[in-house]
Design a protein around this ligand. Sequence first.
Ligand code: NAD
Length: 342
Amino acid sequence: MASSKSAGRPKVLLLGVIEHAQSSWEAVGEIAQILMPKSNNRADFIQEASSGAFDGCVAAYRTFDSFEVTGKIDGELLQALPDSLRFLCHNGAGYDQVDVHACTARGIRVSNTPTAVDDATADMGIFLLLGALRNVAVGMASLRAGEWRGKTLPPLGHDPQGKVLGILGMGGIGRNMAKKALVFGMQIRYHNRTRLDAHIEKEIGAEYVDFDTLLAGSDVISLNLPLNPKTRHIVSRNEFAKMKAGVVIVNTARGAVIDEAALVEALDSGHVSSAGLDVYENEPDVHPGLLANPRVLLVPHMGTFTVETETKMEEWAISNVRMAVESGRLRSIVPEQKSMER
Ligand SMILES: NC(=O)c1ccc[n+]([C@@H]2O[C@H](COP(=O)([O-])OP(=O)(O)OC[C@H]3O[C@@H](n4cnc5c(N)ncnc54)[C@H](O)[C@@H]3O)[C@@H](O)[C@H]2O)c1
């Protein structure tokens, strides 16, 4: 029920929880009436939305974890949401939980939180890269099992110095990772949907190569591209076969950009010598072949899990809500909708 104070203000739907940026969110509450769903599963949420509970909402703020309540933001869900909804402000850099196509068809503009995630995710990428190169997961497991370095010594690792790091997807996180890997003496190659300008390549110190060259010539391959229908399983059996024997795989993007079953096979055969993973194809389930393989360094999707970065992300997503309400614009519309920018 709207209080007399909030009546008449634009409505904003909160999907998820604000954990850090309380004062910025409270400030949104001064200019908008905030609505929250009562449902805790998709079927109930669709029913609640269809009953008109969110009528009049112009913008929605959503978190990654709100997926547990709404499921994917797709055509079916949008059908239930009110026609007044014009902006979907996602708290996260990766927005594969949102069918942007369906949003565009409904005239809903979508924003994400680019750049806010870069340092923390690239730091995690470097941690996984070094950890996988050094086979630390083997030693960590034997230590915890009370066996010090194990019955047989863990295999010797490799130094990053002089190794080729192939980055697939040279956006914010890819570039940040390149900068950090250069400090470790790595040689950087990249493949991207669009080649970067020569002066940016020079500034980053990275060489552009085609996809096959990236696969065949890299000692370590890091996935840093978004998940969408075009990139799903972009690395599968054929791609692993093109890689150098002994290659190391690092994934902080989304699990499903790699065919996880093919990765398990490549690890089991030794063609991929080790891997460092933050993301999985069917989170929170992890392929048993990855769990069973001591040469895989596993982290449960903690790329942005720092106080500073989670706060930055919330502040960024809230600033999108604020702009949407105040001026009908977004600070960071997703690339697919650039033409809808006003
Ligand atoms: N592990 C985590 O916690 C975490 C945190 C943040 C982001 N992410 C993931 O990382 C991804 C990258 O984030 P970002 O902020 O660097 O995104 P970004 O948009 O800045 O960069 C992505 C890059 O990938 C390129 N690309 C797109 N399709 C491609 C293709 N088919 N082949 C080659 N390149 C392609 C784009 O041109 C772009 O340069 C996100 O989409 C998200 O899924 C994960």
